[in-house]
Design a protein around this ligand. Structure first.
Ligand code: 5AD
Length: 436
């Protein structure tokens, strides 16, 4: 299975490449690959990732061609939203119409949407968000992989099961060789084109070591690397960009500085935001967002979270439930409801950047077995698969019993593809580079 469709290079203008996908033209940025007009390439996240032979491209394209248009058609049908006259006075429909006219929504409107309880109104809201997703992204669904390379954390986040609060889990740290083997398998055996390397904030890896790991990955494998190592300092971000990483996954966790300070004793929200801003300036693709259902968090905070993610130029939004962990001070916090998360996804689709991808998080999948299906049907268009070696997965216990903890990668891929096909989604990423 492949997570990108081969595209044909139509034009090259300095670093900007025009790529043709079955007649659709997209712009990608090329820094790493030697290519000429007429070549076939794979792109991901708006970056040219690798060149492939015409034979390989033709094989893949003929397998894709029919499916590509069939899936699009299914998705178009499923996401069509044309409210009946009966709904002409409906407030959700009125708000949706404002978005279609490119008008900015009022705060009171966002408040209204987040406060919805009536099932019929909620259904209108979710359907409207899904139709916006289809309008901006067509049927593409990003399928990234994530490798959790260490659970060795020095931070004391009150909600997190791998923080220093948890004295009862063995700590692990993958070696460079283990990481390279996992990346190699994900890229070469399973066809991943984008991978997140995630680690607890771990004193054991120096920036130089991380840079060396990223350089070795880039030398051996054609893959877009996102880093997610926490607050590594602005200089660290610079060094890891120079080493070849091009994306940063870092949630700001909450936009409310008081809640942030309570949950992260001794740490400051501004430092995290500074990292995200600086990373964007350096050229990183940004994945960010917050936790939903934190103690004392209000709907106003959640609206601010969506605004903040927008200000941070997120390429992908990651809003997921806070799931209490027994070995932390917040062990007894209640779980959010499935509907709460769906509302945030739909609201992010209404009020986030129009071209932002929205993730169905593993946390949400842990909260609800229907998370993917429902999340993808109310504005989301991305999923992440867990590529961490099976023996380490239960130890990366940020919250208990994470979804896919026991599932081999092959099974995760099979189930993901089956679901995406049933929804008319294609596991491809034809996104346009922001610099193009
Ligand atoms: N519930 C949900 N998400 C959590 N994270 C950490 N602890 C929890 C929890 N108990 C998330 C944080 C962090 C990411 C790596 O894991 O948002 O950014």
């Amino acid at each position: 299975m492949c997570y990108a469709i081969p595209g044909k290079v139509e034009a090259i203008n300095a670093n900007i490449v025009t790529v043709d996908y079955f007649g659709e033209k997209k712009k990608a940025f090329n820094e790493f690959v030697e290519i000429s007009v007429g070549d076939y390439i794979y792109a991901q996240g708006g970056y040219v990732i690798t060149k492939i032979s015409p034979r390989e491209a033709q094989e893949s394209l003929s397998a894709w061609k029919e499916l590509f248009f069939k899936l699009k058609e299914i998705d178009e049908k499923k996401s069509r939203f044309s409210p009946s006259v009966r709904l002409s006075g409906n407030k959700v429909v009125a708000i949706f119409n404002k978005i279609k006219k490119k008008l900015t929504l009022e705060r009171e409107e966002l408040r209204y949407l987040l406060g919805l309880k009536d099932p019929e109104e909620l259904e209108i809201f979710f359907k409207a968000a899904n139709s916006l997703r289809q309008k901006y992204h067509s049927n593409s669904c990003c399928v990234h992989g994530i490798i959790e390379i260490s659970n060795n954390c020095r931070r004391n986040c009150l909600y997190c099961g791998i923080s220093t609060w948890n004295k009862n889990i063995p700590r692990y740290r993958m070696s460079k060789e283990e990481i390279l083997v996992s990346v190699g398998e994900a890229v070469e055996k399973y066809g991943f084109k984008a991978l997140v390397l995630q680690s607890a904030e771990d004193n054991d890896y120096s920036i130089e070591e991380l840079a060396d790991i990223i350089k070795s990955i880039k030398q051996r494998y054609a893959v877009l690397i996102f880093i997610s190592f926490g607050e590594i300092g602005l200089d660290g971000l610079k060094k890891l960009y120079a080493a070849g990483s091009r994306g940063l996954l870092m949630r700001f966790e909450t936009s409310n500085p008081e809640i942030y300070a309570k949950l992260h004793p001794g740490y400051d929200l501004q430092n995290r935001i500074d990292h995200l801003k600086f990373a964007y300036q350096l050229g990183y693709l940004i994945i960010t967002g917050s936790l939903i259902g934190l103690p004392e968090q209000t709907n106003e905070d959640i609206i601010n979270d969506i605004h903040l993610a927008r200000q941070l130029n997120a390429e992908m939004l990651s809003f997921g439930p806070f799931l209490s962990h027994p070995e932390t001070p917040l062990a007894n916090s209640p779980l959010p409801k499935e509907e709460d998360i769906l509302k945030v996804i739909a609201l992010a689709r209404f009020a986030g950047q129009e071209n932002a991808k929205i993730l169905v998080t593993t946390g949400f999948e842990t909260l609800s077995p229907r998370a993917r299906e429902r999340g993808l049907a109310c504005g989301a268009n991305s999923v992440m698969l867990n590529v961490t070696p099976l023996k380490y997965r239960p130890l990366y216990s940020i919250y208990p019993q994470r979804a896919h903890e026991q599932e081999p990668l092959e099974l995760q891929i099979k189930e993901t593809i089956t679901l995406l096909k049933s929804l008319g989604r294609a596991p491809t990423d034809l996104s346009v580079n922001k610099n193009a």
